[in-house]
Design a binder for this molecule. Structure first.
Ligand SMILES: Nc1nc2c(ncn2[C@@H]2O[C@H](COP(=O)(O)OP(=O)(O)OP(=O)(O)O)[C@@H](O)[C@H]2O)c(=O)[nH]1
Length: 259
């Protein structure tokens, strides 16, 4: 954790004021950027507003599906995205995300290309009112907790409440228990994650941004679901994110856990 909590509530304006922070930059570049003004007055740059307005963005080639990473500060949202994007994991000092940004990734599902626009949000409470604005036109949400942090797990219910309030009813939701590599420090059992996911009827998996476990699978499962929906082939009898995740995770043996 950093001392971010003691900073002024005004960092989102950094996106406008700082020419080095461009929308669409890798979000880990948006961390720790102070700003002189209040974020309550923050107006996203025109480029961001345009992206938020369109329900489904069409670029010259194909549809771009908006996917947002959500969850408490420190659960590993940025790490998960960076691992998926670059294959790298940056261990060590944690610096909380300041601002919001996205990374475009193209994945292949059944021989066709699916474009994901993956938004990384700041998990800290003080940014919540700003990030709500981004839920509205999201097609998929990856909601993370940290298996070594019970509070981040307990807060999932509140996150799901916010999602119900601000996101579209048909948004695809994947609950993710991250840091599954932390065997001895694990507090939240896999079964607890599964139970919560069943209760809210959302897909679930555990990941590790450190080891890479299930990182690609998380995004692939989302991409597959979104592609099927877009093509009109979505038939709940034929494809379920959760069944797909279950089948794929059974192919990869789970590393030993302490609980
Ligand atoms: N062991 C382990 N550490 C992780 C994993 N994922 C992230 N971390 C560490 O957890 C800390 C927080 O990770 P971040 O990716 O910055 O968390 P975040 O959810 O983006 O946090 P905010 O930006 O504040 O919302 C960092 O020190 C990471 O190195 C993981 O899978 N395993």
């Amino acid at each position: 954790m950093t001392t971010e909590d003691s900073m002024d509530d005004d960092v989102f304006e950094a996106l406008e004021d700082n020419p080095h922070l461009k929308v669409g930059e890798d979000t880990h570049q948006l961390k720790n950027t102070p700003s002189p003004t209040g974020y309550r007055d923050y107006k996203p740059p025109a480029e961001v507003l345009k992206l938020c307005e369109s329900d489904t963005i069409e670029d010259s080639n194909q549809t771009v599906h908006k996917t947002i990473l959500l969850g408490d500060s420190g659960v590993g949202k940025t790490s998960l995205l960076v691992k998926f994007d670059t294959g790298k994991f940056q261990p060590g000092n944690f610096s909380a995300t300041v601002g919001i940004g996205f990374t475009n990734k193209v994945v292949t599902v059944d021989n066709s290309r699916v474009k994901l626009q993956i938004w990384d949000t700041a998990g800290q409470e003080r940014f919540r009112s700003v990030t709500h604005a981004y839920y509205r036109d999201a097609h998929a949400l990856l909601l993370l907790y940290d298996v070594t942090n019970k509070t981040s797990y307990d807060n999932i219910r509140a996150w799901l409440g916010e999602i119900r309030e601000y996101a579209q009813d048909d948004v695809v939701i994947m609950l993710i228990g991250n840091k599954s590599d932390c065997g001895p420090d694990r507090i939240v059992r896999r079964e607890d994650g599964e139970r919560l996911a069943r209760e809210y009827n959302v897909a679930f998996m555990e990941t590790s941004a450190k080891s890479g476990l299930n990182v690609e699978l998380a995004f692939m499962a989302i991409a597959r679901e979104l592609k099927l929906r877009q093509s009109g082939q979505k038939d709940s009898n034929k494809f379920s994110v959760q069944d797909y995740v279950r089948e794929e995770t059974q192919k990869t043996p789970c590393p030993p856990c302490s609980t």
